[in-house]
Ligand binder design. Structure first.
Ligand code: ZN
Length: 348
């Protein structure tokens, strides 16, 4: 398609036209991999880069996993996803990893029924004292683990044909343990082969510095690393330092309490003042936990400060930011351009 025709096409949809993306990231060879296949960057629109739908925290070795039907999950989630769509958000990155309840078939159904782009992940989560690691994470080599994840990208997850759109890992505080380092190296190999970006749930700022070092040593560019939960950086100095190197700084625990709104506003304005807004991602880390008690399964909202999941960024933080000097264009940079740049897969 000619660029002229393409612009005409997106301008037929006011929401897309209003949020024009810079030409360099509109190039057709870049895309994001959703649970329904490739989506061009211009179709992503407003995006939430770190959320969950249904998680299962019972652990990789648990024999007591909660059970739920697809209908129960749809009843729970679709009204919230509709509310998200009504705010003009078009894309959600679902960050629940393997062995914490990742359910890719449910994600595809939710995407189809809600009209949202939904992206899932590959990789293993070693945080919380490795409670969610399968035994083979310890016994298999780095290359073998990378091969598993590359195979998910090439062939689909669990024979579903649904492909991951990024690599999701988890690490506790520094110094990183041997298995955490091995998984980061496996992620580096997977990235170099597939182009999938690497998002790491990270305990503290020192761990983020160590993660970047490992990745760079493996030949991965800083821009392929998304530091998840960067709000854990007590001083914020490491955020700035790693952003200057090109890493993505994901502030993804926003909630609707005054304390959280003030903190996020301050943090974002600091990035504006340092000219680094183009390295920032904002999200809520909202979701629901499937639980089993006395033989009965059910869902519990995380409720880490948000009464309604997934919407505070647009309903509460946006007006506060605009009142305090952030422009609409800068807000679009944070919520439209940055997620597309961070998770885009460059053709190999
Ligand atoms: Zn999360």
């Amino acid at each position: 398609m000619e660029r002229r025709e393409f612009v005409a096409l997106i301008c037929a949809f006011p929401a897309l036209c209003a949020k024009k993306l810079p030409i360099n990231i509109l190039r057709q060879e870049h895309y994001v991999m959703t649970v329904n296949g490739k989506v061009s960057l211009s179709e992503l629109g407003g995006a939430l880069p770190h959320e969950h739908f249904i998680t299962d925290f019972s652990g990789a070795g648990s024999e007591n996993h909660p059970e739920y039907t697809e209908l129960q999950a749809l009843d729970l989630l679709l009204p919230h996803l509709k509310a998200v769509r009504d705010l003009g958000i078009q894309t959600i990155f679902e960050c629940s990893p393997s062995y914490i309840g990742k359910n890719v078939k449910l994600l595809r159904k939710l995407s189809t029924l809600s009209g949202l782009n939904i992206i899932t992940n590959t990789g293993y989560y070693a945080a919380v004292n490795q409670k969610y690691l399968p035994d083979h994470a310890y016994t298999e080599s780095t290359v073998k683990l990378a091969e598993r994840w590359i195979s998910e990208y090439v062939n689909g997850i669990e024979r579903s044909k649904i492909r991951p759109g990024f690599i999701k890992l988890g690490s506790d505080n520094a110094p990183l343990k041997e298995v955490e380092i091995k998984l980061i190296e496996a992620a580096a190999i997977t990235h170099l082969k597939t182009g999938l970006k690497i998002a790491i749930h990270t305990g503290n700022a020192e761990a983020a510095v160590q993660e970047l070092k490992i990745l760079e040593k493996m030949g991965v560019k800083p821009s392929a690393f998304i530091w998840v939960h960067a709000q854990n950086d007590q001083t914020g100095e490491t955020q700035i330092r790693l952003a200057k190197k090109g890493c993505w700084i994901s502030l993804d625990g926003l909630n609707s309490t005054e304390n959280s709104l003030n903190k996020y506003e301050k943090n974002i304005m600091k990035f504006k003042a340092t000219g680094l807004l183009n390295r920032l991602l904002i999200s809520h880390d909202d979701g629901f936990a499937a639980v089993k008690k006395d033989g009965q399964s059910g869902f519990i909202p995380y409720q880490n400060g948000n009464t309604l999941p997934y919407v505070t960024l647009f309903t509460k933080l946006k007006p506060a930011l605009l009142k305090n000097g952030l422009t609409e264009k800068e807000f679009d940079l944070l919520t439209v351009t940055n997620p597309a740049s961070a998770f885009r897969i460059d053709k190999r």
